[in-house]
Design a protein around this ligand. Structure first.
Ligand code: PEP
Ligand code: MG
Length: 747
C-alpha cells in the first residue's frame, strides 16, 4: 500500500529528530540534515540558506553542491531564485531553473547542471529566516506532496534553530538570543530605565517540534480550538459583544475563523504529518502573516490581522501562558511588544519601568497613556519581539529612542551612570518643587500639568504643578469598551476634584475622532480624519454625549468652581454654540435644584490657525484660551503629527511658528484673555523658555517635565532670551534653536 503524505512526512521528521538527537556540533547537524532530506526526497541536492544579516542569505550547508561554496556563497534578498523565495515568502517549484531569467549563476556551487528546483522559505512566527532547497538533474516539477513535506521540514528546522541546535564551533549560526542587540527606534516618552524583558505576546518555545503521538497532539489541538470557540462565545454574550457594534463585528470575525473548517483542518493535517500542535499553529500563522504583507486592501488586511490575533490566543491556550496584570507584573519589567492598545497598557499599570514597541506612533493613545504614566517609551524598534526573550536584561533610553537588549557590561555601567545623574537632577528638581517659577528678571510663569487619568492626580503634589491645565477626558472613554454612564463619570470627576484639593483643573470636553477612535463608536470612513469630523464638530452634532459629560462635571463640582474648555474650535460660532449648550445645562441643573458652580470658566483650545484671527468678540467672550500646540503645529506647517517623517521636518522653534505664538499671546494680552500653552512642546525646557520669551505666562505640561522646565526658567533672564531670539529672527535664520542653545551654554 502506498504511504500517505502524512505517513511519509512523519517518517522523515522522525529521522530528522533522531539525527539531531546525536551529540554533534551545529555545522555537522546542518550537514546531516541536508543529506537526510536529499536522500528522503530522492534529490541530488539539498541546501540550507540562512540569513547572515537582515539582507544577506548565506549557503550554510549542502548535500550535492560544491562543499567549498558553503559559507562563501551569498545572495542579497531578492537576488536569484533563493533570494526571491526569501523576499516573497513563497515557495518556488520549477522544472528548468537555469532557464529562468531570475536564475543567478554562481560558478563556485556547480549548480548549473541541476534542472529541477524546489525551494521553500524557512519561517518562524511569520519571519523568514532562510530558504530550504532541493534540486535534481532531471527536469521535473516536484509533486504537491513533496512540496508539502519540504514545508513541514522547513518548519522544524526553524524551530530547531530557535532552540540553538545548530550552534557550535565553526557552526553556521551564532547562538540565538545571547548576543547584545541595539535597537534604534524613535522616542515617544523620555526617561531611562533598566530592567528585564516582559513580552506582551506569548513567547513560544517548543521543546520538541516533532510529535511521537499524533493522536494525543491532535486531541490537544482540538481541545484548544474548542476552548477558544467557547471563550469567543462568552465574550459575545458578555458586555463587549452586547454593547458595541464594532467589537461585536471583530468577535464575529473571530468566531467565523475559529469555526472555519479550512483553518482547523490545515492545522490538523500538519499535526498528522508529525508536527507538534504549537508548530502547526505557527505554520498557519506564518502563512497568514506572509499573506497579510501582500494584501493591499485595508479591510482584508484587518481581517487577516484578526486571524493572527486568533492564532496568538490559540498559542497561549496550548502553552498555558497568561498575561500578568497589576501586581503580577515583575518589579523591573520592561514591556516588549509589536504594538499595544491603551487599555492593555493600563492593565499592566505603573509597575512597568519602560516600554519598547516595534510599531506605534508618537501621537497614539498608547503613547499618551505611557506619557501620562511617565514610562519611558521607544517605538519603531524593528524586530525587537523576535530577538527579546522573557527575562532578558534590557536598557531603555527614551531620550534617544534606543533600546539595548542584553547589553555589554560597559554599556550597562554607562547607562547606570546616566540614571544616577538623572536621579541627581530629580533631587535638584525636588528642592525647587515648592518654589514659584520666577525668572531672573522677575517674570512669574505658571506651570500646570496635563492629565487624563485618576492615576495622574498624585503627580499634582509631587511635581509642584499649580493645577491641571489640561485634563483629557477622552482617555476615560477610550480605555473602556462601553460608553461610561453619567453617574459613574460624575463620581470619577468628583474624586479628581477632591484629590486636587482646590487647585484649578481645566476639563477638556471629549476630544474624539481623528486617531482617537472609540471602540464602541461606529467609525466614519474619512479621507482625512485629522481634519475631519472630530472633537467639537462631532460633539455638537452628537449633542447627547457632551450634554451628559457636562452634567457629570456640574454634579461632580457640586457648587465648587469649574473650568471647561472645548477642543479644536475653528471659528467663533462653534465656541458660542458649545458655550450656550453648557449654559443651558447649568440652568437645567439649577432648575432641578442641584448646586451650580460658584464660578464657571468656559474656554477654548486654539488648535487651528483660523481661531487666532477670530473677531475680538471671541477673545472677549472666552474666559481663557489654551493653545493646543500639537494640533496647531500640524496645521500651521501642514505636517501630520503622527507621521514621523514630516513631523520632524519642522522645528517648533522655527521663526514663523514662534512669531505666530507671539501674535496670539499679544492679542490675548491686549484683549485681556488669559492664555496658556498645553501641547507637548511646553514640556521641553528650551521650547518652554522661548514660549515664555514670546509672552506666554502659563504652560501646561507633563508632570515629569515640570522640574526641568522650572529649573531652566528660574535661571534665565527672559528679556535677554528675547533679545537673542530677536537677533536670530532678524538674521533670517529658519529656527532660533541654535542661537538660543549657544546663549544657554553661556549662562
Ligand atoms: C494639542 O493638540 O496640543 C493638545 C493638547 O491636544 P491633543 O494632543 O490631545 O490633541
Ligand atoms: Mg489637540
Amino acid at each position: 500500500m502506498a504511504e500517505t503524505k502524512g505517513q511519509k512526512s512523519r517518517k522523515l521528521l522522525k529521522r530528522l529528530r533522531d539525527a539531531l538527537a546525536i551529540e554533534a556540533e551545529g555545522q555537522e547537524r546542518l550537514d546531516r540534515i541536508t543529506s537526510l532530506i536529499a536522500d528522503a526526497m530522492s534529490a541530488e541536492v539539498c541546501s540550507i540558506y540562512l540569513f547572515r544579516d537582515a539582507r544577506t542569505l548565506e549557503l550554510c550547508a549542502t548535500e550535492g553542491l560544491n562543499p567549498d561554496a558553503v559559507h562563501r556563497t551569498r545572495l542579497r534578498i531578492g537576488q536569484g531564485l533563493v533570494g526571491k523565495i526569501a523576499a516573497d515568502a513563497r515557495p518556488m517549484n520549477v522544472a528548468n531553473a537555469p532557464d529562468l531569467p531570475a536564475f543567478r549563476y554562481m560558478p563556485e556551487t556547480g549548480e548549473e547542471v541541476y534542472s529541477s528546483f524546489l525551494g521553500v522559505p524557512i519561517q518562524r512566527l511569520g519571519e523568514t529566516r532562510g530558504v530550504l532547497v532541493v534540486q535534481s538533474r532531471d527536469a521535473r516539477i516536484f509533486s504537491e506532496d513533496e512540496l508539502y513535506g519540504l514545508e513541514v521540514v522547513a518548519m522544524v528546522i526553524a524551530e530547531m534553530a530557535e532552540l540553538g541546535v545548530f550552534v557550535g564551533e565553526g557552526a553556521a549560526l551564532s547562538a540565538p538570543h545571547t548576543h547584545p542587540v541595539v535597537f534604534r527606534g524613535t522616542s515617544a516618552q523620555e526617561g531611562s530605565a533598566a530592567g528585564h524583558v516582559l513580552l506582551h505576546e506569548a513567547q513560544i518555545v517548543v521543546p520538541d517540534p516533532v510529535t511521537d503521538d499524533v493522536d494525543r497532539e491532535q486531541q490537544r489541538l482540538r481541545n484548544a480550538i474548542e476552548t477558544l470557540k467557547g471563550d469567543i462565545d462568552d465574550l459575545l454574550k458578555g458586555d463587549i459583544g452586547a454593547a458595541t457594534e464594532e467589537s461585536r463585528q471583530v468577535l464575529e470575525a473571530y468566531r467565523m475563523f475559529a469555526n472555519s473548517q479550512g483553518w482547523a483542518s490545515r492545522m490538523e493535517a500538519d499535526v498528522r504529518s508529525g508536527l507538534a500542535a504549537e508548530v502547526a499553529v505557527e505554520k498557519e500563522q506564518s502563512a497568514n502573516r506572509a499573506r497579510m504583507a501582500r494584501v493591499p486592501d485595508p479591510y482584508l488586511r484587518e481581517r487577516l490581522h484578526d486571524l493572527d490575533d486568533l492564532s496568538n490566543r490559540l498559542l497561549r491556550l496550548l502553552t498555558g501562558q497568561t498575561v500578568p496584570t497589576g501586581d503580577e507584573v515583575p518589579d523591573d519589567a520592561i514591556l516588549v511588544a509589536r504594538n499595544i492598545g491603551p487599555a492593555e497598557l493600563l492593565d499592566y499599570g505603573r509597575k512597568l519601568k519602560g516600554i519598547v514597541l516595534e510599531e506605534g506612533s508618537v501621537g497614539s493613545h498608547a503613547a499618551i497613556v505611557a506619557r501620562a504614566m511617565a514610562i519611558p517609551l521607544v517605538i519603531h524598534a524593528e524586530k525587537v519581539t523576535r530577538e527579546a526573550q522573557n527575562g532578558d536584561p534590557i536598557l531603555v533610553d527614551g531620550d534617544q529612542g534606543i533600546a539595548h537588549l542584553r547589553p555589554e557590561e560597559s554599556v550597562a555601567s554607562a547607562f547606570r551612570d546616566k540614571i544616577a545623574m538623572q536621579q541627581e537632577a530629580q533631587q535638584k528638581y525636588r528642592s525647587i518643587r515648592d518654589k514659584p517659577t520666577i525668572t531672573r528678571d522677575g517674570q512669574r510663569i505658571r506651570l500646570y500639568m496635563n492629565a487624563g487619568l485618576m492615576a495622574d492626580l498624585p503627580s499634582l503634589e509631587s511635581s509642584g504643578a499649580e493645577g491641571v491645565g489640561l485634563f483629557r477626558t477622552e482617555l476615560q472613554f477610550l480605555i473602556r469598551s462601553t460608553v461610561p454612564r453619567r453617574g459613574e463619570l460624575a463620581r470619577l470627576y468628583a474624586r479628581i476634584m477632591d484629590s486636587a484639593k482646590g487647585k484649578r483643573i481645566v476639563f477638556r470636553t471629549l476630544d474624539i475622532g481623528s486617531d482617537k477612535v472609540l471602540p464602541y463608536m461606529k467609525r466614519e470612513e474619512e479621507p482625512n480624519p485629522a481634519m475631519g469630523w472630530r472633537a467639537i464638530r462631532l460633539a455638537m452634532e452628537k449633542g447627547g454625549v457632551m450634554r451628559m459629560q457636562v452634567q457629570a462635571l456640574l454634579r461632580a463640582a457640586n457648587g465648587r468652581p469649574l473650568a471647561i474648555m472645548f477642543p479644536f474650535v475653528a471659528q467663533f460660532e462653534e465656541f458660542t454654540e458649545a458655550r450656550d449648550a453648557v449654559l443651558r445645562e447649568v440652568e437645567r441643573e439649577a432648575a432641578l435644584g442641584h448646586e451650580v458652580p460658584e464660578s464657571l470658566e468656559i474656554g477654548a483650545m486654539l488648535e487651528t490657525p483660523s481661531l487666532a484671527f477670530a473677531p475680538d468678540q471671541f477673545f472677549e467672550l472666552a474666559d481663557f484660551i489654551s493653545i493646543g500646540g500639537n494640533d496647531l503645529k500640524q496645521f500651521f506647517f501642514a505636517a501630520d503629527r503622527e507621521n514621523e517623517r514630516v513631523r520632524r521636518r519642522y522645528d517648533t522653534l522655527n521663526v514663523s511658528f514662534l512669531t505666530f505664538i507671539e501674535q496670539i499671546a499679544r492679542r490675548c494680552t491686549d484683549l485681556g484673555t488669559p492664555v496658556s500653552f498645553c501641547g507637548e512642546d511646553a514640556g521641553r525646557p528650551t521650547e518652554a523658555l522661548c514660549f515664555a520669551a514670546m509672552g506666554l505666562r502659563a504652560l501646561s505640561l507633563r508632570p515629569a517635565s515640570i522640574g526641568p522646565v522650572k529649573d531652566l526658567l528660574r535661571r534665565v533672564d527672559l528679556s535677554e532670551a528675547r533679545a537673542v531670539i530677536d537677533m536670530a529672527r532678524a538674521s533670517g535664520a529658519q529656527s532660533v534653536r541654535d542661537a538660543v542653545n549657544t546663549w544657554l551654554a553661556t549662562i
